[in-house]
Design a protein around this ligand. Sequence first.
Ligand code: DLL
Length: 435
Amino acid sequence: MFFQKDIETMNRKDLESLQLERFKRIVKYCYENVLFYKDKLDKAGINPDKIKTLSDIQYIPFTTKEDMRNNYPYGLLAVPNKKNVRIHASSGTTGKPTVGFYTKNDLEVWSDQVARVAVGGGATSEDVFQIAFGYGLFTGALGLHYGLEKIGATVIPASSGNTMKQLMMMRDFGVTGLVATPSYALYLGECMKSLQYPRSDYKLRLGVLGSESCTIKMRNKIESCWNIFVSDNYGMTELGGPGVSGECTYRCGLHFAEDHFLPEIIDSETGKVKASGETGELVVTTLSREGMPVLRYRTRDITRLNYEPCKCGRTHVRMDKIMGRTDDMLIIKGVNVFPSQIETILMSTQEVAAHYQLVVRRKNYMDNLEVKIEVADPELLEDFGHLKDLQNNIRAKLKSILGLDAKVTLVEPQTIERFQGKAKRILDLRNETEE
Ligand code: DLL
């Protein structure tokens, strides 16, 4: 199923000429409307009129999160404020939030992008969707809200929190689709099982989940807990929110909305563009945003691009599921590891639940990792021998597959914190424990 079939299945040549036309236009537009870009391009000696091919993008300097912060609040706004009809922002746990501005046209395009992602993941106008993302500055809730309304689905703006009420609404309104973070979808499933209502009281069939990493193993847990089909979708405030890329039902990568975004992969250390098919940091240029266009934004997200045609018929490039963030990579005793790699190992281990926490401490200038994970069955905690075996088994897997020497701690069910938004699975105590 497609939302905008002509665009989603456009042949590569036509797609690239559309991208080139939009790319030339956006560079000029940024130059003429945002002082920050004018200065940046002038310093780099770039005349927007000289851009002739898509590969000329390599001459344009990157834009970073730091640039976003330095230009807070309105520095990157490209239109007069009367044309700016919406402001969103990230939670900004580490300093000032990063913001996004939207013209009326941006809101239209955004809802089309999200509608594409939702339809690609299996949503239809027959569905009743409950949106369990927090409404507010976060782009996730309103983004999915308008995208789903655009396809004619029924939308329940439940917002986040109040899990028992979420479950009640799901039963009462015959909710068929859930929008949430993967971790919250799992938590809802766990609570659903603990109530007296049977699964048959729920009509849920689909999860359109996103906004945080979710390995395939974790997705399997969510799917089997709820007995639903789950698709992944990606985006970020700086790029307008969700709708940047999303999985089709074949789930072999997230199709980028390539008519609206130009993705690249770079080496995050050197900034060099990587060859097609290599893994690295995702860099994105927006091709149609008016309120806040962005040139070569360094997302810090690690992935790979795959230009092979997809079985679904979509021609837009597929991005692998996000492996981690450059700032999330842990270096444990010389081994570089992303939390998602640890998650894959944990989730393929029988007898443990899908809730874990990674505690990082620093001693003698070395990082140490403790992996805390809940056992699935509390009775296991009574059987010391069995517990020890399980612990050794996980430790050995981490060592042999990742080369990672970590302490493994098995804890009682329901003792690791649950999350209603993005899960915070890394507890970084390095500053407190450094010696
Ligand atoms: O999370 C936008 C969004 C909302 C996407 C709803 C999908 C659904 P931010 O709060 O700015 O925006 O966070 C952006 O979240 O750089 C990634 O590190 C992470 N992220 C978002 N989607 C995914 C995903 C929204 N599907 C940051 N898989 C990004 C892995 C994701 N990480």
